[in-house]
Design a protein around this ligand. Structure first.
Ligand code: NAD
Ligand code: DAU
Length: 350
């Protein structure tokens, strides 16, 4: 019987992973361990919180004393680790938070797992969820593979790269059953509206300026979050210990083109004249150290585990816009209060 701890399960991707595991594996017990920072929201899991194989525990992975007690009490059989500070702009304003949670928190978790699982014949799995940003920035050509050298530029990507190195070190040094996946930009429901796609949808809807950093020439590879959760499910169950998989959408978009597409979708959905929403596009000061282009080569995942994205970007984006338009209350809830203050400060000088 599996008892899986999913860290960061109240966040954007974590909530989709928790939902998938709770629904698809009624024999597993799923414990969502989350500190509930500004990005953690239990409303993301309302539809499954009553199910008997789901439990929430509030806790901070930076607190090693808490983690030791938690492990002794719960005796988990596996960890899927998503908890992190995840927003690049916040890492530029406050790198320290990213070192604490992403580096120290990951090492705390590895350490407590190592001590508790040492000598167990079944060697429980520690699955670390990482990002394509650890590979740095591409020029016009090329793609990141699993063997691309790490070259992080932002405090966020430096902290994720560091945590990946620690995970590999715990495999190589202590023989822990670790797996890492590095995914491209996700989009979909429950995405916190500080990130490009939900922020743009929200601003367009409210007739507010849509901030485009620099000239909008930067390229990201977008993947529907439920396809990421499906890849995590496959990798968790099938990958060999010590391996790494890249996950991506084969779906590169220049920011400015993506925002124009969103404007056009919303013109139709909101009954505006074509071109009306695009008037909200506002070019602002570029992000410091802004990586030009990310592109993931996910061939290994396709060849070894048979994974491919299940829907096109156009389908996924339409579903996502519809979800945000239908979930006004969720959006208002997360954009009020503390977040509003952050938002005002973040864009004050842009
Ligand atoms: P998110 O910011 O939406 O959620 C992070 C979650 O972690 C929140 O619920 C938060 O409360 C929790 N958390 C933060 N600090 C914690 C701590 N100290 N202790 C316990 N819980 C804590 O993030 P996301 O976008 O869902 O990303 C999840 C993971 O996937 C991260 O590790 C991120 O690096 C990685 N990732 C994200 C993307 C993306 O496009 N969003 C792409 C690739 C990889
Ligand atoms: O690539 C995976 C990464 O994708 C994850 O590891 C991160 O956790 C996740 O936040 C995301 O990072 P990005 O920096 O790529 O995402 P973000 O939505 O912040 O920005 C996407 C692009 O849009 C980026 O080039 C910056 C630009 N941007 C962003 C915002 C918020 C704008 O032009 N305007 C904006 O207001």
């Amino acid at each position: 019987m599996q008892k899986i701890v999913i860290t960061g399960g109240a966040g954007f991707i974590g909530s989709h992973v928790v939902r998938r595991f709770v629904k698809n594996y009624p024999d597993y017990t799923i414990i969502n361990l989350d500190k509930l920072t500004y990005a953690g929201n239990l409303a993301n899991l309302k539809d499954i919180e009553h199910l008997p194989n789901y439990r929430f525990v509030k806790g901070d992975i930076v607190d090693s004393k808490f983690l030791i007690d938690f492990f002794v009490e719960e005796q988990p059989t596996a960890i899927i680790h998503l908890a992190a500070e995840s927003h690049v702009d916040r890492s530029i304003t406050n790198p320290h938070d990213f070192v604490m949670t992403n580096v120290l928190g990951t090492v705390n978790l590895l350490n407590v797992a190592r001590i508790n699982w040492e000598g167990r014949a079944d060697n429980p799995r520690f699955y670390h969820i990482s990002t394509d940003e650890v590979y740095g920035s591409l020029g016009k050509d090329g793609m990141f593979t699993e063997t691309t050298s790490y070259d992080p530029h932002s405090p966020y990507s430096a902290s994720k790269a560091s945590s990946d190195h620690f995970v590999r070190a715990y495999h190589d040094t202590y023989g822990m059953n670790t797996v890492i996946s590095n995914c491209s930009n996700n989009y979909g429901s429950f995405h916190f509206p500080e990130k490009l796609i939900p922020l743009a949808i929200n601003n367009i809807k409210q007739n507010k300026p849509v901030p485009v950093y620099g000239k909008g020439e930067n390229v990201r590879d977008w993947l529907w979050v439920e396809d990421h959760a499906r890849a995590i499910d496959l990798i968790f169950h099938k990958a060999k210990a010590g391996t790494t998989y890249n996950i991506g959408g084969h779906n590169e978009w220049k920011n400015i083109d993506l925002i124009r597409l969103l404007c056009s979708i919303l013109d139709k959905k909101l009954g505006r004249a074509e071109g009306e929403s695009a008037k909200l596009i506002t070019f602002v000061t570029d992000r410091a150290g802004h990586d030009l282009r990310y592109a993931i080569d996910a061939t290994k995942l396709k060849n070894e585990l048979g994974w491919m994205p299940s829907i096109t970007f156009e389908e996924g984006l339409e579903k996502t816009v519809d979800w945000y338009l239908a979930n006004e209350e969720w959006l208002t809830d997360v954009t009020s209060g503390h977040y509003q203050q952050y938002y005002n400060e973040q864009y004050a000088n842009r």
